[in-house]
Design a protein around this ligand. Sequence first.
Ligand SMILES: Cc1cc2nc3c(=O)[nH]c(=O)nc-3n(C[C@H](O)[C@H](O)[C@H](O)COP(=O)(O)O)c2cc1C
Length: 418
Amino acid sequence: MAEQSREGAPVVVLGVCGGIAAYKAVELCRLLSDAGCYVAPVLTEAATRFIAPLTFSALAAEPAQLSLYGEQHPSPHTRLGQMADLVVIAPATQNFLARLASGQVDDLLTATVAATRAQLIVAPAMHTEMWEQASTQAAIALLKSRGVLVVDPEAGRLAGGDTGFGRLAEPAVIATAALSQLHLRNGGTRDLEGCSVLITAGGTREAIDPVRYLSNRSSGKQGYALADAAVARGATVTLITAARLALSPLTRAATTVIEVESAAEMAEAVYSAAPSADVVVMAAAIADYRPVAIATKKMTKDLGVPALQLEETEDVLAGVVARRRAGQVIVGFAAETHDVLNRGNAKLKRKGCDLLVVNDVAQPEVGFDHETNAVTILGSDGLTTTVDLSSKAIVAHSVFDRVTRLQSTSVRERTLSD
Ligand SMILES: Cc1cc2nc3c(=O)[nH]c(=O)nc-3n(C[C@H](O)[C@H](O)[C@H](O)COP(=O)(O)O)c2cc1C
């Protein structure tokens, strides 16, 4: 069992029904636990024929519960439902959907649902014929009309070698739906819903020869935190990255990742993706200089110390601003070591972006390879936001707070001028 207290963690009751996709609920359990949820698994009697309760007990915050009558609690039929912030049923069988729609309460899972005021999410999984049954579709329609969120099944391979519609949605997709609900419940908003956000991350590498390159200390962590924040707020994200970090599975599901290495590759990828983006956040540390020529063979010591001749790279932020389309919000980043605010303000004016996120990377724990950052967000609207040393996630949300503020101002201005 994962060492976790309920203190502050959202409680997710994970209901698992007896379908072939029950094994995928293990991955869902892990994703929700990794995302900081207190997961309480409940398996139907049929589910235990497909997967061992022990597997869930080992991953979740408390042991898997199976029965209305086994628990040492005075009120086992209401305990989990009352403590839940969210109930997720995955996979939901045809049988369970029918029981839920009819209001039956004949096992621990249906009792938990009956005793909760929490949002309910169901992710059905069954053979195409079962999904298409009028009774199943009627149950789904009824549950939706009662406010249940349905994560639709997908087309793909089914049990018994069949292919068709009815396969359980990917665990990452279900987890994203669950975390979005929790985000809303915590007062967070999906204020980037329908918004396409392009984010760049990492430090580019400029080749010297086949084994050496020039680069900088950027780790890409701030860019990846920006991707996490944008996805949590409902955006679809394109991440152009020179870093090789792992995205969280949840962000991965809503993100197109384009890997690049050099400033030239970064420029090409950004210029091709930017026209369709509503927001462009240029968090990557793109090299300012690159070697004029790249040696085709490894430079060897016997040739002496090479005299590297450098040339300027493309100014990608300026290029994006020059190509901007109406209503697009463009955010630049500046890592400085001295005269930080003056240099930041000058850069904001020179580049013509809407926001410039400036940090003083000479300070301890700030930016580059650290888990934390401290920034000043300068705006062409004259506003300045200071974010003291915090996690990169908090910095990322502060950036998007300013982005959405700019978006709503520009909508208001457009409406007034109509
Ligand atoms: C091998 C096998 C696979 C099954 N797969 C599914 C399935 O994917 N979806 C489904 O709705 N029912 C499936 N069933 C039928 C359910 O197990 C059965 O309806 C059971 O009563 C569901 O109980 P529950 O809803 O309480 O978990 C399957 C049955 C067997 C034997």
